[in-house]
Write a protein of this length. Structure first.
Length: 423
């Protein structure tokens, strides 16, 4: 097994594994293992969200299925906002001989799979809520630890391409999770298959993680007040981190507005005969263009050693896609918009992730701080449906919806110029 090499930085003594800056490129095998584990995480998230929870809500409460689905997924989203930075902070403080991240990846996968099995036998709203909240907590613990392995082990000059593969795992995991949930036949079988996918896809990473143990002598002392206060990253002391958070929030808000209400857009504005099938086609097109663009542009970003120009271009492209949907409410316009949105968001996912890893305040709290960044991914998914519904019903319809999405994307791309420490 290859041992990663490190150089010292301001977060720890020179050459100290785990806290110092990695300098040796990671191999393709490690990238593949992390990508597979990411596939498992995202399949665990989106198989239930996109298919199984809705079907189960209809079985458990056929007269109130929309309310039950919203209740379960809403409470799960609230858990995810807290769980990601929380478990990230706990992994930062872990001194297991297997490494800081492996125990949380293993525990997250096993508890997440167990929670999905609880959902497989859930026959009441209360058990659905319990099972899904537990699944969200466990899978977010796993995701927080996995994400932190990139700044732990990947040198800056390779983070664009690795960020691209992280984005590929997210996109393919969503599609694969929906496929597994749909094709297995029945809610119970879907949950069992999804639980198995989470565990099986994580095994290769667990067997050869390259995770570096943190010496016990460097474990931070436990002080609850300081631990809680650590989740607030001062914009005054760390302005680049604050700008990275805000720009990520804005672009993800624009993307969420552009994608979450597609069914109603196709039904009401486009007049599509089968909006459900239309959403599936647009989702596949969107995913294909994300996968096609993310690794290529991430690698290009690494070669040029520049991030901001790619993030700016990605925001402008996603804004253009939203304007296409606003100005051309036709099936052809929707297809073009899905292609353009996929390209723009694919570039954004890989390069902005690399940028975020370069503005983290301290190496000792990488997972916690990336968890705070990940809140900027989760919050737009909570706000977008309500903001979108308000725009559609009270502020100009779908034109205002997609114009707002375009403005959010463009504003997010422009404000990235305020980040000073990254080229």
């Amino acid at each position: 097994m290859t041992t990663p090499r490190f150089v010292g930085n301001d977060a720890g003594p020179s050459g100290l594994p785990g806290l110092a800056e990695p300098v040796e490129r990671v191999g393709g095998g490690w990238v593949a293992r992390v990508t597979l584990a990411g596939l498992g995480v995202w399949a665990g998230f989106f198989g239930p969200i996109q298919v199984l929870l809705a079907q189960q809500a209809e079985l458990v409460a056929p007269g109130d299925k929309e309310f039950v689905f919203g209740l379960v997924t809403g409470l799960g989203s609230a858990v995810s906002v807290v769980a990601n930075p929380l478990f990230g902070a706990l992994s930062d403080r872990t001194t297991s001989r297997f490494g800081r991240r492996v125990p949380w990846v293993l525990g997250g996968a096993l508890v997440g799979a167990a929670a999905l099995l609880v959902l497989a036998v859930a026959d009441s709203v209360a058990v659905m809520v319990l099972g899904w909240c537990l699944a969200q907590a466990a899978l977010n613990a796993m995701y927080a630890a996995l994400t932190a392995t990139v700044p732990d082990l990947v040198p800056v000059r390779q983070r664009g391409v690795v960020g691209g593969w992280v984005a590929v795992s997210q996109t393919l995991g969503i599609v694969g999770g929906v496929g597994v949930a749909t094709l297995t036949g029945g809610v119970r079988a879907g949950y069992v298959a999804t639980a198995a996918a989470v565990v099986v896809l994580t095994l290769p990473y667990l067997l050869r993680s390259l995770d570096v143990p943190l010496p016990a002598s460097l474990r931070p002392l436990w002080n609850l007040r300081d631990f809680v206060r650590g989740f607030w990253v001062s914009p005054r002391r760390h302005p680049d981190f604050a700008w990275a958070w805000l720009t990520r929030f804005l672009v993800n808000l624009g993307n969420s507005l552009g994608t979450l209400l597609l069914y109603f857009y196709l039904d009401d504005a486009v007049g599509h005969d089968d909006p459900e099938a239309g959403v599936f086609v647009l989702t596949v097109v969107y995913a294909v263009f994300i996968v096609a663009s993310t690794v290529v542009f991430g690698q290009w970003s690494d070669r040029l050693r520049r991030r901001k120009v790619f993030v700016i271009a990605a925001g402008l492209v996603t804004g253009a896609a939203a304007l296409t949907l606003a100005l051309f409410p036709t099936w052809t316009g929707a297809l073009v918009g899905a292609c353009v949105l996929g390209v723009g968001y694919g570039v954004y996912l890989s390069v902005d992730f690399a940028l975020c890893t370069e503005v983290l305040p301290a190496a000792a709290s990488r997972a916690r701080d990336l968890g705070v960044i990940n809140v900027a991914n989760a919050l737009p998914q909570v706000f977008a449906p309500f903001l979108g519904a308000l725009l559609i019903t009270s502020a100009g319809g779908y034109v205002s919806l997609y114009v707002t999405a375009a403005v959010a994307c463009v504003l997010g791309s422009v404000l990235v110029t305020r980040i000073k420490s990254v080229a």
